[in-house]
Write a protein that binds this ligand. Structure first.
Ligand SMILES: [Zn+2]
Length: 356
């Protein structure tokens, strides 16, 4: 098999180089007889830091559908996925060289009857640490909690568990070597989670100025799923008749979403790109998520790093395409820092050294 060569400016530094691919890894040492496979702007493989494989709006899906979801992500350039909760056992994806690399959170952990039906383990506070330990052992280093959801009694968003139960859950996950993240739409749940040392917040529309400074100081990450936040008016409408306070709350969070997420950015919270594909949204929309983040006012290069080199490093992978790094990258015909729309038209997607 001939060695492949890729040439062009390599992000994040943008310096022009020749990358050679040998045995699925990058070398910068010229290889005689290498065949030029593609030229253009080369970026470390994209990351979707919040998606759901093996899940659709009704719950777990079969392996064929899961495969289609993973292929849609891959073909969009997402070569590393952090699955943020799935009721399907997707461990088999690890054995498939043609599918993106996958970091699984296991199954969502929610309060009884307080999440989308068929998605989560639905439990009571006394069982929380047991389930966290179980999901930490079964997953790939992350556990996903449902931080808040509508409470039928209160008619509004409300924390799923008491703050001390969340704190014990986070400590248990950390004891098992797993990081913890939580779905959070509202305000109330957040201070306790951040104080207890949670590693990441998903959505984060209820963040306040005080709290983003604490998050920045503690290194708590944020995955806003900006594209998903555009659905808040739809969720509000669905609940408006029975839960008017909830509907108003969702509309208010939606109206302030840009300011909220940008306050986190300004405070120095590390923000990463996640599409939230797999529940309501389709897979393969990482380009749209990056564009949506940039539309909030983040620099283009920051939004791009949120879906590439910074996210890779955060998740424990090689940030850059240096000597010996896995050959996972995407080649584009133009500089994505100057024009994010080019993310929708990759020239080549290279996963484990193979042009896919
Ligand atoms: Zn999600």
């Amino acid at each position: 098999m001939s060695t492949l060569r890729f040439r062009g400016p390599v992000l994040p530094d943008g310096e022009a180089r020749d990358l050679y691919v040998v045995d699925g890894r990058i070398t910068l040492e010229p290889v005689a007889g290498a065949e030029t496979a593609a030229e253009g702007w080369i970026i470390p493989g994209l990351v979707d830091a919040h998606c759901h494989l093996g899940l659709d709006a009704h719950g777990a899906v079969d392996e064929e559908t899961t495969e289609q979801q993973a292929l849609a992500d891959r073909d969009a350039g997402s070569l590393l996925l952090r699955d943020c909760g799935s009721p399907a056992d997707t461990r088999w994806v690890h054995d498939r060289d043609d599918l993106p690399r996958l970091i699984r959170c296991g199954r969502h952990i929610a309060r009884t009857r307080r999440y989308i039906r068929n998605f989560a383990h639905e439990i009571e506070p006394g069982d929380l640490t047991t389930y966290v330990a179980q999901e930490a052992r079964a997953g790939d280093g992350w556990v996903k909690l449902v931080g808040d959801w509508i409470s039928r009694e209160e008619g509004d968003l409300s924390p799923s568990f008491p703050a001390d139960a969340f704190a014990a859950a986070i400590a248990t996950a950390h004891d098992h070597g797993a990081r913890v993240t939580a779905h959070c739409f509202g305000e109330t749940v957040l201070p306790g989670l951040v104080e207890a040392g949670i590693d990441c917040i998903e959505h984060g529309t209820g963040l306040t100025t005080d709290l983003v400074e604490t998050m920045a100081a503690r290194g708590t990450a944020l995955v806003p799923t900006a594209h998903q936040l555009n659905n808040f008016p739809m969720y509000a409408e669905q609940g408006a008749e029975r839960f008017p306070a909830y509907a108003d709350h969702m509309l208010d969070l939606h109206a302030r979403r840009r300011e909220t997420i940008m306050a986190a950015y300004e405070a120095g919270v590390a923000i990463f790109a996640g599409t939230d594909a797999g529940g309501v949204l389709p897979h393969g929309l990482i380009a749209d998520e990056v564009a949506e983040l940039a539309s909030y006012g983040m620099p283009t290069e920051y939004a791009l790093g949120a879906a590439s080199w910074r996210a890779r490093e955060w998740l424990g992978w090689n940030a850059g395409l240096e000597e010996g790094a896995p050959a996972d990258f995407v080649v584009y015909p133009r500089d994505p820092r100057a024009d994010l729309s080019v993310l929708r038209e990759p020239t080549a997607v290279v996963l484990r050294g193979q042009v896919v």
